[in-house]
Design a protein around this ligand. Structure first.
Ligand SMILES: NC(=[NH2+])NCCC[C@H](N)C(=O)O
Ligand SMILES: [Mn+2]
Ligand SMILES: [Mn+2]
Length: 307
């Protein structure tokens, strides 16, 4: 198994924005793709020698025009239809031999991007960089917000409308999933993690082992017996002092340096076959700092080196 970038700098990347905020039930994160583009994501990847196309944004309904619907699964219908479209677009990008780089939007978009990537990688690994587990279901959710559920959905757990998106389910197996940076797990999520034996590196583990070892172990877990790896990076995994522009900040997160090292080690390992960067909320940000961090992390994962 092998990622499609770094080795070959002529490789083609496709940027796709998903201005979704329905999964967070809070405005601002819909402007994430614009904020990341404003931070010059395309130009900064051009500089690395990639052929980059920007496909623009997927159309997402505005919350003001819809009702929440189900209280435990807010905007289920609208999120389902966007996810179906996103899955198709990600799959089309891969059909064209290009690398899908998805810009969020709240984390519910992972449902669609993983569904699309899973069509091409039937044994896909997933790295979930996040303060949260995003392993809730309609029974365990404290908020009813679907952005707290996409990892569970990808594992085949949750509302059938979400789980069945893309026609393949489960999309990933618990043995091939690693969560990095967790420091806020709801009781139901903790139970599910134990039950399924999902590997979670909490902030405690990162402090004890160091990021280098965490990534070495992570890479070996997600590449063992898999045919591709999706990176799902929630900017709230980073410390809110450094990345304040997120809707659900949790203190005590990964530093700028730790996050970069993680991306650099992924670049060296050449394992990532699709990626998304989510939860950037420019309304809550200061000076577009969080979007700029996203762009720097994107550059690192695509092999940027100082020397
Ligand atoms: N992608 C995120 N930022 N998720 C935050 C989820 C917060 C909380 N665990 C919930 O389910 O509501
Ligand atoms: Mn999060
Ligand atoms: Mn998340």
């Amino acid at each position: 198994m092998e990622g499609i970038y770094v080795k070959n700098r002529n490789e083609a990347l496709s940027l796709l924005g998903v201005p979704m905020d329905l999964g967070a039930d809070r405005r601002g994160v819909d402007m994430g793709p614009s904020a990341i583009r404003y931070a010059a994501v395309k130009e900064r990847l051009d500089d690395l020698g990639y052929e980059v196309e920007d496909l623009g944004n997927i159309q997402v309904p505005t919350p003001e025009s819809y009702t929440v619907g189900h209280q435990q699964l807010k905007y289920l219908r609208e999120i389902t239809s966007v996810s179906v479209e996103l899955a198709d677009q990600v799959s089309n990008i891969k059909d064209r031999g290009r690398f899908p780089l998805i810009l969020g939007g709240d984390h519910s978009i992972a449902i669609g991007s993983i569904a699309g990537a899973a069509r091409h990688h039937r044994n896909m690994g997933v790295i979930w960089f996040d303060a949260h587990g995003d392993l809730n279901t309609e029974e365990t959710t404290p908020s009813g917000n679907i952005h707290g559920m996409p990892l569970a959905v990808s594992l085949g757990i949750g509302h059938p409308d979400l789980v069945e998106i893309g026609g393949i389910y489960p999309k990933v197996k618990p043995d091939h999933v690693v969560v990095i940076g967790a420091r806020d797990l709801d009781p139901g999520e903790q139970e599910l993690i134990r039950e399924l034996g999902i590997k979670v590196y909490t902030m405690y583990d990162i402090d004890r082992l160091g990021m280098a070892q965490v990534m070495e172990e992570t890479i070996s877990i997600v590449s063992n017996g898999t045919d591709g790896v999706h990176l799902s990076l929630d900017l709230d995994g980073m410390d809110p002092n450094e990345s304040p522009g997120v809707g659900t900040p949790v203190p005590g997160g990964m530093t700028y340096r730790e996050s970069h090292l993680a991306m650099e080690l992924l670049a060296e390992a050449q394992v990532i076959t699709s990626a998304e960067f989510v939860e950037v909320n420019p309304i809550l940000d200061s000076g577009n700092k969080t979007a700029k961090n996203a762009v720097e992390l994107i550059r690192s994962v695509f092999g940027a080196k100082t020397l």
